[in-house]
Design a protein around this ligand. Structure first.
Ligand code: TMP
Length: 197
């Protein structure tokens, strides 16, 4: 099973997705945690340079392709549960809705990069960008180039729009307590696993 977490910076994806993997492992299921950008060197280039938006997309896409081919697909073939912190929805939300690049082109390119690999379930952690930025300031210090309020407002709207179009996406209120979020997510996954067997 392929599970994806999405949301703006500071929405709590990483904490929740890592906890989920721990819980699944405790239940005797083999779950692995992974993230995008996958390659930290590519992440560094994207964040440190002032790139043309399409150049940025091509870097995210090559990172994604390597990730899918070398990590995600092999783990899915072993029947592991793959929990991924960000996937192609981030490109649609940040570079599409956020930076105004053509969504159809982005979808086509992503399809090429991932060979059409779709997650079974996507959780979007929804939060007011102002609150998310406060969380970031508290925990991480310096903001990256993607962490500006107006930009994140567009990205948030983007994620919410994507959820309207695709049926495997679930929106969660990121301001709920972590334990509540975890049990909601776990329940969805266990139901899906049961219905698949
Ligand atoms: P991270 O902080 O989650 O590692 O991601 C780095 C930044 O890259 C984050 O602000 C979101 C952004 N991003 C995109 O703009 N497009 C993408 O496709 C991905 C995967 C991330």
């Amino acid at each position: 099973m392929f599970v994806v977490f999405e949301g703006i910076d500071g929405s709590g994806k990483t904490t929740l997705s890592k906890l989920l993997v721990e819980e699944l492992n405790k239940k005797g299921l083999t779950a692995v945690w992974t993230k995008e950008p996958f390659d930290n060197q590519i992440r560094e280039v994207i964040l440190s340079k002032n790139l043309d938006p399409w150049s940025e997309v091509f870097l995210f896409l090559s990172d994604r392709r390597e990730h899918v081919l070398k990590v995600i697909k092999p783990a899915l073939e072993k029947d592991y549960i793959v929990v991924c912190d960000r996937y192609y929805y981030s490109t649609l939300a940040y570079q599409g809705f956020g930076k105004g690049l053509n969504l159809q082109k982005l979808e086509k390119l992503n399809n090429l990069a991932t060979e059409g690999l779709e997650p079974d379930i996507v959780f979007i952690l929804d939060i007011d960008p102002q609150k998310a930025l406060k969380r970031i300031n508290k925990t991480r210090g310096e903001k990256t180039k993607f962490e500006k309020l107006q930009f994140l407002q567009k990205v948030r709207e983007g994620f919410l729009n994507l959820a309207k179009e695709k049926e495997n996406i679930l929106i969660l209120n990121a301001e709920e307590e972590l334990t509540k979020l975890l049990s909601t997510v776990l329940l969805h996954i266990l139901v899906k696993l049961n219905s698949a067997h």
